[in-house]
Design a protein around this ligand. Structure first.
Ligand SMILES: [Zn+2]
Length: 146
């Protein structure tokens, strides 16, 4: 019988997760999460973009999340050079992407950068806390950064 519809809307752990969309990362298994426990916001790279900030503002303001985890990973498709990545997208689509793709050289530095963006972003609650992690696709290990 389907019962998940009876779960409260606010995430039970007060947690929001920003993570890369990489198909090799099973966030629920990795973190031992169940339905109803966390908001999961995923995009290419696990970057704190304006749209992620929009979702977090709603998550925090209306649904009482206070802790944010940022999870990026080794072997990410965004690891490398922005111009190279832009050329590849332009070749495949016939158009230059109108937004930054968000390539990065160093995954740890990128996680720290996302935490900086989170901590200085307007529109988020004051008592939020944020932690950053790198998931190692080679080992399945999650390690904290910073
Ligand atoms: Zn990735």
């Amino acid at each position: 019988m389907f019962t998940a519809g009876e779960l409260p809307v606010p995430p039970a752990l007060g947690l929001a997760i920003v993570a890369c969309m990489d198909s090799r990362i099973d966030l629920f298994a990795l973190l031992g999460l169940h339905l109803g426990e966390a908001h999961v916001i995923r995009n290419a790279g696990g970057l704190v973009t304006d749209d992620v900030l929009r979702s977090l503002a709603l998550s925090q303001s209306l649904l009482q999340t206070r802790e944010t985890m940022v999870i990026q990973h080794t072997g990410c498709g965004l690891h490398g050079d922005e111009e190279h990545l832009r050329r590849r997208v332009a070749e495949a689509t016939g158009a230059h992407p109108p937004w930054p793709l968000g390539a990065f050289d160093d995954v740890e530095a990128s996680v720290l950068r996302q935490l900086e963006i989170l901590r200085s972003a307007p529109g988020l609650v004051e008592d939020q806390s944020a932690r950053g992690f790198v998931y190692e696709v080679e080992t399945g290990r999650l390690r904290e950064v910073g």
